[in-house]
Design a protein around this ligand. Structure first.
Ligand code: BES
Ligand code: MN
Ligand code: ZN
Length: 496
């Protein structure tokens, strides 16, 4: 979908989107439309339940003299709550409503909101960003879809008082949306298409943006001693890979920040095999590395002034004659040994070596890892917050703040010695499961055993990587959760 920014004036024809604040306070453009149509908008409001709340919408097909194909009125909520998220959501809702009505293009007339928290240009840019996010659709395999089932909207013109400033504010957001959409594509692709080698190739494509990319194969990883990661992939015919991306937008000598992703391209559970029902969801068990790759695309796309490392541990967890067995003991790159009591607790085994490698080689300012790590985090937090575990209050605070600001909230969970004891093993340095209680925390404790003094945070995104329902800026399916949050973390604290 093409987003344009134009003057704030009523077009002669086509589809229109205008706004009202809480308590039916029509924007200047909405009032002008109402007047041009001899009060058709006011009458429609009176005959409906539209109040101007942040979820309200009203579609008027060919109202009044019919000069406009349709007029859509969207509620924005209270003026004092008009912020980046509110207008982003409004942009997303505009797209959904226009597609629902069959519009091909439309003018969105976004007047300045008095008493709001954003200036006009920033608001217009955010509306465009929300529109792009909601306009996303993964439909490349729907070859027989009829035209009337497809979304109709191909372009949006956002009318604003300062189109030039809006264009400028939109440019980095457009790149951010590219990153989010790439992550969504990667998690949506099935596991016969995206496996370690092809996922690594997606990372390699970022070379076009100036990202330095290396891909390590099993031979290199064996030489590095990554027995923990390699054990997970040994049952698969697909070769395991380690994807290493570097964006050098900062000073020559600046320490980088680092992001590390779990990239299990399919998780059958291995020999500790999962039940059949719902196993297809495990195609998105590479969601953490999908976020890392999409984030690198966004940061490089907008030329972030920061040195950033992205590492993705890519494996397929399969049962086979070559697969790892429960009870096997593996030696990680750190030298620590692990008794693998359950081959389905594989994400932590992959991250153990990926985290160690990252801190060892890059000495980063901080490391944040993302992983669809535990079903238990879904029991704890549902699909609303991701779990946040950290050894550093400042980093945890910054992540929580960034997540809240972009609508990708992270809820801090505890770590501690008592939990750590749960993964002690009689046979090796540790075991890869910690018993029934506190499953997400013992998984995090496991990761922490591979982190030295560096500030570190682990985001358990199992509950937020896929959405079963549409949200204003997230169509159902792969969400890209994490890309906006971490882009903001970098922008707020580690650039310039
Ligand atoms: N990939 C799963 C976690 C998961 C579950 C992600 C549901 C998304 C949705 C992970 O590898 C796993 O299987 N975890 C086990 C750990 C257990 C064996 C200790 C789990 O959560 O059941
Ligand atoms: Mn598993
Ligand atoms: Zn998994």
């Amino acid at each position: 979908m093409k987003i344009r920014f134009s003057k704030l004036e009523l077009p002669k024809d086509g589809s229109l989107v205008v706004f009202a604040l809480k308590d039916k306070a029509l924007s200047a453009s909405a009032q002008a439309v109402d007047k041009a149509l001899d009060g058709a908008v006011s009458r429609a409001i009176a005959a409906s339940r539209f109040k101007g709340g942040g979820g309200d919408s009203l579609v008027l097909p060919s109202p009044g003299d019919g000069r406009w194909e349709r007029v859509i009125l969207l509620g924005l909520g209270k003026a004092e709550e008009f912020d980046a998220l509110a207008v982003q959501n409004a942009g997303g809702r505009a797209v959904a409503t226009l597609n629902g009505a069959g519009a091909k293009s439309a003018a969105v007339l976004l007047d300045p909101v008095e008493g709001g928290k954003l200036d006009g240009a920033e608001a217009a840019a955010r509306a465009g960003f929300g529109a792009r996010l909601r306009g996303y659709r993964f439909d490349k395999y729907r070859t027989k879809e009829k035209a009337e089932q497809k979304p109709t909207l191909t372009g949006l013109a956002i009318g604003t008082a300062d189109a030039k400033a809006a264009r400028k504010a939109f440019a980095p957001l457009d790149k951010l949306a590219d990153g989010v959409c790439m992550t969504r594509d990667l998690v949506s692709e099935p596991a016969n298409i995206i496996y370690p080698e092809t996922l690594a190739a997606e990372g390699e494509a970022l070379r076009d943006l100036g990202v330095e990319v290396e891909v390590l194969g099993e031979k290199e990883m064996r030489e590095l001693g990554m027995g923990s990661l390699l054990g997970v992939g040994q049952g698969s015919t697909r070769e395991s890979k380690l994807l290493v991306m570097q964006w050098r937008g900062g000073g020559e000598k600046d320490q980088p920040v680092a992001f590390v992703g779990k990239g299990v391209t399919f998780d059958t559970g291995g020999i500790s095999i999962k039940p059949a029902g719902g196993m297809e969801d495990m195609k998105w068990d590479m969601g953490g590395s999908g976020v890392v790759i999409g984030l690198m695309k966004a940061l490089a796309g907008r030329k972030a002034k920061c040195n950033v490392v992205g590492v993705a541990g890519l494996v397929e967890n399969m049962p086979s004659g070559a697969a790892q067995r429960p009870g096997d003991i593996v030696t990680s790159m750190s030298g620590q040994t692990i008794e693998v009591l359950n081959t389905d607790a594989e994400g932590r085994l992959v991250l153990a070596d990926a985290l160690w490698y990252t801190q060892d080689r890059f000495k980063p300012k901080f490391m944040v890892n993302l992983a669809t790590l535990t079903g238990a985090i879904i029991i704890a937090l549902g699909n609303e917050n991701c779990g946040l575990f950290s050894n550093n209050d400042e980093l945890a605070g910054r992540i929580a703040e960034a997540g809240k600001a972009v609508g990708e909230p992270a809820w801090r969970m505890p770590l501690g010695n008592a939990y750590d004891k749960q993964i002690d093993s009689d046979a090796a340095d540790m075991k890869n499961i910690g018993g029934r209680g506190a499953g997400s925390i013992t998984a995090a404790q496991f990761l922490q055993r591979f982190v030295n003094d560096v500030p570190w945070a682990h985001l358990d995104i199992a509950g937020v990587t896929w959405s079963k329902k549409d949200k204003p800026t997230v169509p159902k399916g792969g969400t890209g959760f994490g890309v906006q949050m971490l882009n903001r973390l970098v922008a707020e604290h580690y650039e310039g």
